[in-house]
Ligand binder design. Structure first.
Ligand code: BG6
Length: 490
């Protein structure tokens, strides 16, 4: 039996027939169930606007579940048991009436988890109606991103929710925070004094954060085009990673201690304005190219595309943090669609030894690098200098890797859980550590809004890059200008 104790709840999934629910949330709930992490009395309510027969909707949920689970995880008994927990409830999210039926369906005395996998525009109305039928008191609400598209609109959504729910019952999702390796950043940094004592401008020269995706827009053109890569990825996932790398050690592991430290980092981010926009930020948009050797269309030729769009599908930028720990240490962030491979990694580049005593021609090789691979092939490696073996090698140096592959380390537990499994489990346990507080989102928006405003003022248009490449050439120039290069690009 699992060591974790999870209380029973009623889990209400708003938008249960949407892509996110079918692709990610039901499979994650199934995996929790299969691992014995759902209380036997926990029930799942699939809430959606679609009319039609409940049985047909349940059958559709089941068939998507089977499609999105790895074949090896489809266990017939577990699937039947899981499906037996689900009740479908047709609900117009904007109409009070349906919520009375919802209130009658929720198991008395149990907490209700209301997961909003819907457009943020209806979050406020759902909260109001939950309150109207007396459910708010015992409800935790889970908000999916995007929460707004700038500071003002995100405030509107958050304020509408806050009218009915205090912050300690609001769980804002950034699914990167649920990734096992992202969690490991906290362990790596604060359980190893070896690193923490070196974690500053005395020892670190710069930091790279890359989140590259091989896929293009995958039928989401309408949504994506209104957002772009800065809003879709930098404002949330990459800034969260930056915060976890850059924050000071929290006093304890409580949600607010960690969030307080993250907010300090966001507040210390130097705005990028004026000339900096040209030299420190690069926007790109993919044109036709190749992925896995196959020709693929450009962004403007994808299904339902508007051929005039100047939305970016790639961003690279240099962020600077104005505090003692990070003064003079650039953080290079890079993220894009249609890159050569799916890769999320953080590279910490350590400074050269202050006094260099080896052969001058080897100097370029020198410098430790800590590579934290979030996906795929999760793990951590440290590039260290050693001496080449052999009597004839003198003091000839070579660069080697100390490696930790999590898939090897965890072979016995076989599977690295999906981020959503961890996040859903933590909501059920009432633990807010892995969720984003309102002020974090707002500071992240403030920083991104100034970039977007700068682009708009300057009439900036994205630079083209071929699908299957690492982005526009100017993204290379962004880092080489500082005498550096992106780690491991081929
Ligand atoms: C989502 C973005 O938040 O993250 C998507 O909206 C992106 O555009 C996805 O594809 C990437 O997540 P992951 O876990 O596959 O790296």
């Amino acid at each position: 039996m699992p060591a974790i104790n999870v209380e029973p709840c009623t889990f209400g999934l708003f938008g249960a027939l949407g892509d996110l629910a079918l692709r990610k949330l039901f499979p994650a709930l199934y995996q929790l169930d299969r691992a014995g992490l759902l209380h036997p009395d926990t029930r799942l309510l699939a809430l959606a606007r679609e009319a039609g027969s409940d049985d047909a909707h349940l059958a559709s949920i089941e068939s998507h579940l089977r499609r999105y689970l790895p074949a090896t995880d489809v266990d017939e008994t577990a699937v039947q048991g899981f499906m037996a927990r689900i009740t479908y409830l047709h609900l117009d999210f904007l109409e009070r009436e349906g919520y009375r039926r919802l209130a009658d369906t929720v198991t008395p005395e149990q907490p209700l988890i209301a997961y909003f996998a819907t457009a943020a525009a209806v979050y406020g109305a759902i909260c109001e109606h939950l309150d109207g039928v007396g459910l708010a008191e015992r409800t935790r609400v889970v908000l999916e991103k995007p929460i707004g598209h700038d500071l003002e609109s995100s405030r509107r959504v958050n304020d509408a929710v806050a009218r009915y729910f205090p912050e300690n019952r609001v769980y804002r999702i950034d699914h990167y925070l649920g990734k096992e390796t992202v969690q490991n950043l906290i362990a790596l940094r604060f359980a190893n004094s070896l690193f923490e004592t070196q974690w500053n401008q005395n020892s670190i020269s710069h930091v790279e954060i890359t989140v590259a995706e091989k896929v293009g827009i995958e039928g989401r053109w309408g949504y994506f085009d209104k957002a772009g890569q800065l809003r879709d990825m930098i404002q949330n996932h990459l800034l969260q990673l930056l915060c976890l790398i850059a924050m000071d050690p929290p006093g304890d592991l409580s949600a607010d201690s960690i969030r307080d430290e993250k907010v300090k980092v966001l507040k210390a981010l130097a705005p990028i304005t004026g000339e900096g926009l040209g030299s420190r930020v690069v926007r790109g948009q993919y044109i036709a190219g190749h992925s896995d050797g196959q020709p693929v269309p450009g962004y403007l030729d994808e299904d339902n595309a508007n051929s005039q769009s100047d939305t970016e599908t790639f961003v690279a930028l240099r962020a600077d943090i104005r505090n003692w720990r990070w003064s003079g240490v650039p953080f290079y962030l890079r993220t894009g669609k249609r890159m050569p491979q799916k890769l999320s990694q953080i590279v910490i580049h350590f400074k050269e030894p202050t006094h260099y005593i080896f052969a001058p021609e080897q100097r370029l090789q020198i410098g430790n690098k800590l590579v934290i691979r979030l996906q795929p092939d999760e793990g951590i490696s440290l590039r260290v200098m050693t001496k080449e073996q052999g009597l004839d090698k003198g003091m000839h140096l070579r660069s080697d890797l100390l490696q930790l592959h999590f898939s090897d380390t965890w072979r016995r537990s076989a599977r690295i859980p999906d981020a959503y499994e961890r996040l859903l489990l933590e909501v059920m346990r009432g633990n807010q550590n892995l969720f984003v507080r309102k002020d974090e989102i707002e500071h992240a928006w403030t920083w991104c809004d100034q970039l977007i405003a700068g682009w708009q003022q300057a009439g900036d248009t994205p630079r083209p890059y071929a699908a299957g490449s690492w982005g526009p050439m100017s993204a290379v120039a962004l880092i080489t200008r500082d005498g550096r290069s992106w780690y491991g690009d081929i």
